[in-house]
Design a protein around this ligand. Sequence first.
Ligand SMILES: Nc1ncnc2c1ncn2[C@@H]1O[C@H](COP(=O)(O)OP(=O)(O)OP(=O)(O)O)[C@@H](O)[C@H]1O
Length: 760
Amino acid sequence: MESNSAERSSVQRISPVHIRLYAVMAAARYHGIELDIRDFAAEPGESSPSPATLVRWLRDFGAVAKGMRLRWRYLVKLGYTPPVVLLFRDGSAGLLVRTDPEKGIVWLRDPLKGEGEPPVPIDELRLMQLWTGDIVLIKRRSDESEADANFDFHWFAKMVLREKQGLRDIVFSSMILSVLGLFPAMIVMQVVDRVVNYHSMATLVSLTGFVVILSLYEVLLTYARQELTLVVTTRLDARISLHAFNRLLALPLEFYERQQAGEVLGRFNSIFKVRDFMTGQVLNTLLDMFMLLVVMPVLFYMSSTLAWLTLVSAGAIGLIVVIMLPVVSRVAGKMVRAEMQRGATLYETVAGIRTVKTLALENTRRAEWDNRTAVVIHWRLASQRLANWVSTMVQPLNMFINRGIILVGAYLVLTDSSSMQGGALMAFMMLGGRVASPLVSLAKIMESLNEVTVSLGEAGEVLNQPTETYALTHGMRPPIKGALSFSNINFTYPGASTRALSEVNFDIPAGTMLGLVGRSGSGKSTITRLLQGVSRDYQGYLRLDGVDLREINLHYLRRSFGVVLQDNFLFRGTIHDNITAGRPGLTLDDVIRAARLAGAEEFIERMPAGYETWIEEGSTNISGGQRQRLAIARAVISDPKLMILDEATSALDPESEALVNANLKNLAKGRTMVIVSHRLSSLVDCDQIAVMEQGRAIDIAPHTVLLERCDVYRTLWLQQNRHLEQTAQPPQALNSTDARSSGDPGQKVEQERPGGGGQN
Ligand SMILES: Nc1ncnc2c1ncn2[C@@H]1O[C@H](COP(=O)(O)OP(=O)(O)OP(=O)(O)O)[C@@H](O)[C@H]1O
């Protein structure tokens, strides 16, 4: 219930709509699904959320939900049940937890009260006055484990088998089509042997009728099968795409930092090769195999000698393909990898085109592209050559099946006319060709299987990495005030040999404006990464309001932070869209308030379309200072209790920097703010400044105190402000706020904490 009160605290008044949302959240929580009220997007025009809107919300966050209308007589039969949401006429909702059909009573729980509270019994008459008749049923998705399952053939097979019904219909129609496929040959046999030999017009007429009806049937069935296949493969496609993209989003930032973006994309895209294979080649070959099953007995019936000859030749084709398989697949694997690397080069060039152009790196990029293309071409040629070899070896056997058999058959007809007639020979010819193709495609499947295995392995390199899913969906959601405490924090980046943070110890109360200073590489950004839960593999304890950060739901934690970096990505869209960043439920008033706080209001209003001004990709049509201010507005719109500004003003011109800095105090009101800056003069207003040196927090105190007692700080300050030093002595007099800050002697970290690093 802790989280319930947290969410409630952000709501001034509990309206019926909120009660309805809390009811849904409580029912979802029963199944272990944590919803955040801030994720709820109301449908425009709906005064209170309809079952459909609630179901959409639930489904978006991993629940299986269903809205339905129920009569009392069915509702009362539910017995002991997981909480069912009953929608009330006033826009609120209740939670039904138990019913007694004998007594005609249901028990409702107040969504705002804890699970321990006893439910209230209520009879039909009273309930019908409140209840609209709508309910929302919620349960946990049974394939939750599937969401975290590895991307392998097993997973794909499971996905395919989830389309059981569709597949069953496809198989059934394929079997019938296979049988129908025999008829043309049979008809030819009848026409030659009966109609032509005996000049029988009556047989021709009845055969014609038969052919028309069967053809019609075949046309319809083929259409239906195609339609079914389309539906099944499209559904499969959608499911795979969604799942893969969710995986991509659930990967930790640390993973992306280690990987080349182009390679990640290339690997991700190889998942679609697997999909094409499963839904195209495998399915078609399986369907072809039915043909084989149907045709073979007929062939043996017509002539066992010819049937054996056909089977052996087709088998030999399959054998050749299988023997060549390892070589072909090795080459195919090299081709896939080469294509992926070329894709990475393409992506890098396009993503970094500004640098390429400004540094005139076209020739270098072109040379790299040429090299990569040369490798691709080399392996493609090799693989196509190999394929050519295989098909050349196979061709004589294929020709034998298609042409040689007729000669053997003719010989059989001549030497022993009782064994076969001319018509049967022609029918055999027509059907014999169908034996080779399924066998060959079966062998080819094995060939592709290797290429697909390589692709799957590549995709797995990205998609089977450990995700943050658990941390994003589990954990506490405590109310956040903003007190931070670092105790004995040690952290080393994966693969690095030295610690990025070493025995960091300091505490700050909620509402502190904390500056982080230190030389380049001293660990300032690493501190902010730990705070945002980007890197979680640290030793020691980092507490937010006394709660271990690792215990807090990651999604909730990150939402509680407003973060502005040195270079902020603005999405293509309007200023309004960028400030709300797609967060549901924010109004224009919120946008304006955030823009005002960020000092962006004035320039936005001067723009021709105001908040509807379109921002191009890479935000080329606004200045750097404007972009930063929009990023700040985006960060403060949800009124976070914690804010991080990591070199947010470093890249700005002095005027824009002054504008943003002038607003810092305003921004910091009511929240804890962590400001990383190289420019010490922008931090003099901070309540506390932590000085970082080689991963250690060597001191923390207000500006004036640090100037007096921290050598590193004083050196940095003097390096940047020597000109001021000469004109105004002593440095404490530089800023009036220093006098206030100096009242707080701060914490001399290394002295106060045992185990802290020594001061430099
Ligand atoms: N993703 C990473 N992988 C490995 N090492 C890293 C990574 N990021 C930072 N480091 C290392 O960790 C140390 C601290 O880096 P950090 O970025 O926190 O320093 P900083 O004080 O913010 O530096 P700057 O002021 O230059 O941004 C540095 O030695 C750096 O080389």
